[in-house]
Design a protein around this ligand. Sequence first.
Ligand code: PAF
Length: 283
Amino acid sequence: MSSKVPVARSIPVLRRTIAGFRAAGKTVALVPTMGALHDGHLALVRLARRHADRVIVSIFVNPTQFAPHEDLTSYPRRFNQDAAALSGVDTDLIWAPTVDVMYPEGFATRIVPEGAAFAGLEDKFRPHFFGGVATVVTKLLTQCMPDAAVFGEKDYQQLQVVRQLSRDLSLPVKIIGAPIVREKDGLAMSSRNVYLTPQQRAVALTLHRTLKDCAAQIRKGRPLRAVLAGGSDAITNAGFALDYLEARNAGNLAPVSSRKDGPLRLLVAAKIGKTRLIDNVAV
Ligand code: PAF
């Protein structure tokens, strides 16, 4: 069934709507997004629905997680299309604050995450990122006070940072990780895929292909170092500028030297042209 999804743009409207859900005895799940929704996001909404009676999707392009040289101004924004897509997946409320509502004049409090936020992966290349994510996610969770919140595994380090912050701040919310949704050819769905030219789009497949290939070799017992060196070459030779291809402990993202330090997760970030893509697989 698809009908127009109500939109809250101010804290009082958000609170009133959620109070209504709670007064009716309903549980609530939150799906935080920055909009430009694709099927991966819609899968998060469907998963959220399995965990709660009411689903809120936040749409907020968070300026504090972008560095000045990054794509904040060009980040795809298409609210009407997003709202239409959400009406097809049974969303109960869209939380769409403006920047002034989220960060009012005089805003001066930040969450500074440690632990997984310093794993030496995304943080090494985007040092501002997890501070911005942790601050906005903490705000979204305290604004909505959901029973559950769903985050995609594509941003695997982000998921671990969010798990840690919700534990550390004793937030009464269950953090749920959702599997990566891929295009038919394996490319992980991402709002940034729209930046890719057809040629870059073809090359982008190398990332997932290489991750799968590396994972298979590690499972067969080939030494990690050799596998990752081969994988790095494959990605670079395809035309990417590689930020990292690493095997880490899947739970705490600690560096590993062999399969015995696992369960392992392989994580990659690489740039093709101006577009930076990330992906990961379990070993
Ligand atoms: O993963 C994202 O889309 C964003 O980092 C999030 C979690 C919505 C915070 O802005």
